[in-house]
Design a protein around this ligand. Structure first.
Ligand SMILES: [Fe+2]
Ligand SMILES: [Fe+2]
Length: 213
């Protein structure tokens, strides 16, 4: 990082680049794929489709997490909170890359609606961010806890033979739990009703669509 303060235009360009990388590109992971040491086991067609549906949902979840954090960081008032959010987004890049790799191995593809998921989550991030920094972190905690819960659900329903996807999801689940703990320690406020249930409903809708599309 240079010491130069970024102008609004610099920031807009950097954020557009990041959005394009997330939605269209294949941003590189900084850690090795946790599934790489697991043997690739032949799945039957039903299992392969199911595993791909689940990994597509997880990929969309990571697109949304990135967009949410980048959106919140764009309007965060406090530099430490902004750093915290951008760091969290950075760690999600590994998850995004691992899910994309696994989708390719499963002969599948990411969601066609990724630009829509990104834009919607970015907007939610900006709105949350405008409420102030305790809220920002509260959204991080709620998002991470919800992702952690659906990863657990996927671990239960994933085809037993799919050890590669399983290794990825287990590492992600541990990371998300740590992200939530960090945000809690950094001063997150507990989001009031009905925000957590609205977020849960939005994520149920996303899961139903992303499984197929
Ligand atoms: Fe993640
Ligand atoms: Fe996370």
């Amino acid at each position: 990082m240079s010491g130069r303060a970024l102008s609004p235009l610099d920031r807009l360009l950097a954020e557009s680049q990041r959005a394009l990388d997330t939605v269209l590109g294949d941003p590189p992971a900084s850690r090795a794929n946790p599934g790489r040491d697991q043997a690739e086991v032949e799945l039957d067609e039903t299992e392969r489709r199911h595993a791909a549906g689940l990994m597509r949902i997880n990929h969309v979840g990571e697109v949304c997490a990135q967009a949410l954090y980048v959106g919140q960081a764009a309007v965060a008032r406090d530099a430490v909170t902004r750093e915290h959010l951008l760091e969290a987004a950075q760690e999600e890049t590994d998850h995004l890359a691992w899910c994309a790799q696994r989708l390719r191995e499963l002969d599948s593809r990411p969601s066609l609606l990724n630009p829509v998921w990104y834009a919607g989550s970015y907007a939610i991030g900006v709105l949350a961010g405008l409420r102030g920094d305790g809220w920002n972190l509260g959204f991080v905690v709620e998002t991470e806890r919800q992702v952690e819960a659906h990863l657990e659900e996927h671990l239960q329903t994933l085809p037993e033979a799919d050890l590669r996807s399983r290794a990825i999801l287990e590492t992600m689940k541990a990371d998300e739990a740590r992200h939530a703990d960090n945000a809690e320690h950094a001063g997150a406020r507990v989001l009031p009703a009905p925000i957590p249930s609205v977020m849960a409903a939005a994520s149920r809708l996303m899961k139903a669509v992303a499984y197929r599309l």
